[in-house]
Design a protein around this ligand. Structure first.
Ligand SMILES: *[C@@H]1O[C@H](CO)[C@@H](O)[C@H](O)[C@H]1NC(C)=O
Ligand SMILES: *[C@@H]1O[C@H](CO)[C@@H](O)[C@H](O)[C@H]1NC(C)=O
Ligand SMILES: *[C@@H]1O[C@H](CO)[C@@H](O)[C@H](O)[C@H]1NC(C)=O
Ligand SMILES: *[C@@H]1O[C@H](CO)[C@@H](O)[C@H](O)[C@H]1NC(C)=O
Ligand SMILES: *[C@@H]1O[C@H](CO)[C@@H](O)[C@H](O)[C@H]1NC(C)=O
Ligand SMILES: *[C@@H]1O[C@H](CO)[C@@H](O)[C@H](O)[C@H]1NC(C)=O
Length: 482
């Protein structure tokens, strides 16, 4: 979520997978200082309903016109009070809803992600009463006190983290903003969560890597102070973080996008746009936004259309199985990263306030495209949210003021964690280590590999090829019958 301006859109849509929660596991590499927080995502269940707990949140989300995101579980105060926060690279304040806010006291009690009762905590120290005021791009706001509190996550504790307490709020979910300190909602920038990790010696650098993973998957992670070379292919490529027009230091993860393309079934890439755009990487936004003129040609390729009533692009839900066609994004040419986003990741099932799939006139589910036009009254900075970020392994290096990106490996089961050293402007501390092989190799060259690996790989590929072929035929026959 970017703060301070309004982003209005009348879409009530959610990813099929509700990414909920945490069960955070911290892991330290011997000698190195890296902190891993794993998300667990709560999956959408069978017949079109979310679990009732999330259902409540869904109702609230629609009222607040807000999307579901990635959550981290934390404990605040003494004794600890459990709260679940939205992980947000688009803002820089950590804030939690107060139990005494009108919203949390309302009969609906939407504060199901947890709320904080200041009266019950002995470790709260008020820094500045009434000074906390934040407004996000989606129209939600929070106001209250700045305090320092004991803040714990995954068996680690920062004894005196500065956070906002939301007494006047219109979104029940607190936020864990991990952007640049210069973007905090205070008159004078203050040290935030990432600084807290560094100053308490949990990590050595102001840097982290975010692995959101496939929208169909139930795992993902953020590594503070480290990278995991098994989670991306090829090499990480860097991009300078841009400094805004009226600013002296970077305030958000703003980078140059140089072109967009489309790769169809035959593997040939077609240019879609070579317009130079500035985009901000924002894990607190579910969707990705581009100029309408850029989305048109992509929508034509994928057989989608503009639905006037919803004010959004709709695509065939069959694309939710399509890992073969991609929208490609080239950043900072010519040596910058290029990320391919499969259509599967850009297909979002629409659900209603109860969490049921919204059917069209023929009873089929409706799917919204993961890229939508940025509203006209917005500035010229385009928001790249989760529908893009899931396909990229992104390293946010706040010290070196660089973004590093590579193509993500979905559902990676292995791990090789390396520490990020403290970067300077001239020397990056991000390890220059290749990830896994670019493309799976089906014709290994060594004799040994040929004997042991090849037959298995061959069979697996053939089987899945036949399976999708069979589905295709069934689809055609049914189509012909009606
Ligand atoms: C916290 O530490 C305890 C004891 O070392 C361990 O059993 C537990 O799994 C840890 N919990 C998390 C969330 O890391
Ligand atoms: C949140 O509250 C503010 C202030 O009352 C209001 O201007 C804004 O429209 C509200 N936003 C939403 C999404 O309800
Ligand atoms: C990392 O470098 C930055 C700027 O060079 C410096 O401000 C910061 O204190 C350093 N952090 C550590 C942990 O050495
Ligand atoms: C990742 O795993 C999920 C199940 O956990 C599966 O639905 C999805 O298709 C997998 N993605 C890829 C790219 O294999
Ligand atoms: C590949 O497919 C696209 C349509 O997606 C088509 O425009 C293009 O001409 C094809 N290229 C080749 C080499 O067949
Ligand atoms: C986007 O373009 C389509 C097709 O040209 C048009 O119908 C629609 O109104 C446009 N949407 C916005 C938000 O500008």
């Amino acid at each position: 979520m970017r703060k301070n301006t309004m982003l209005l859109t009348n879409l009530a849509i959610f990813p099929l997978v509700v990414v909920a929660t945490s069960d955070i596991v911290a892991r330290s590499v011997p000698g190195d200082r890296v902190l891993a927080l794993n998300f667990n995502k709560q999956k959408y269940q069978g017949n079109g309903h979310y679990s009732s707990r999330l259902g409540k949140r869904t109702v609230e989300s629609v009222i607040n016109n807000e999307y579901l995101g990635y959550y981290i579980d934390v404990e605040v105060g003494t004794p600890p009070q459990k709260i679940r926060l939205v992980l947000d690279t688009g803002s820089s304040d950590v804030w939690i809803p107060s139990t005494s806010s009108k919203l949390c006291r309302s009969r609906k009690n939407p504060c199901t992600q947890g709320a904080y009762d200041p009266a019950l905590s002995t470790s709260r120290k008020v820094v500045s009463g009434g000074a906390f005021k934040i407004a996000y791009l989606d129209g939600t706001q929070a106001r209250g006190d700045f305090v320092t509190e004991k803040f714990s996550f995954a068996n680690h504790t920062i004894p005196d983290l500065q956070i906002g307490i939301g007494y006047e709020i219109n979104d029940s979910a607190g936020v864990m903003g991990i952007g640049f300190p210069a973007n905090t909602a205070a008159e004078v920038a203050y040290p935030g969560f990432v600084e807290g990790l560094v100053s308490h010696g949990f990590i050595n650098s102001h840097a982290y890597s975010l692995y959101l993973n496939d929208q169909e998957s139930d795992t993902g992670s953020i590594l503070f102070g480290g990278i995991d070379t098994k989670k991306y292919t090829g090499e990480l490529r860097s991009l300078p973080i841009l400094i805004g027009d009226d600013e002296l230091v970077p305030t958000q993860f703003l980078v140059d996008l140089s072109s967009i393309g489309f790769v169809g079934k035959n593997g040939t890439e077609k240019p879609v746009s070579t317009e130079k755009l500035q985009v901000v990487l924002d894990s607190g936004s579910s969707l990705t936004y581009l100029p309408n003129s850029t989305i048109g040609p992509i929508i034509k390729e994928v057989g989608g259309y503009w639905q006037r009533d919803a004010g959004a692009y709709v695509v065939p839900c069959s694309l939710s199985n399509n890992y073969e066609e991609f929208v490609t994004f080239q950043f900072g040419e010519p040596l910058g990263p290029k990320i391919k986003v499969p259509l599967e990741e850009l297909t979002n099932f629409a659900i209603d306030v109860k969490g049921d799939l919204i059917p069209d006139e023929d009873g089929n589910p409706i799917c919204y495209f993961g890229i939508q036009p940025q509203p006209k009254d917005e500035d010229d900075i385009y928001i790249f949210g989760d529908t893009f970020l899931r396909s990229a392994y992104v390293v946010y290096d706040l010290d070196g003021q660089e973004i590093w990106m590579a193509q993500t490996v979905y559902n990676a089961t292995e791990s090789n964690i390396l520490e990020i050293r403290n970067s300077t402007k001239t020397k990056s501390g991000v390890p220059s280590v290749k990830g896994v092989e670019d493309e799976p190799k089906f014709t290994p060259t060594t004799a040994e590999a040929k004997e042991t690996i090849r037959p298995n790989m061959g069979l697996r590929v053939q089987a899945s090829g036949m399976f999708s072929f069979a589905i295709g035929i069934v689809g055609c026959i049914m189509g012909a019958m009606v």
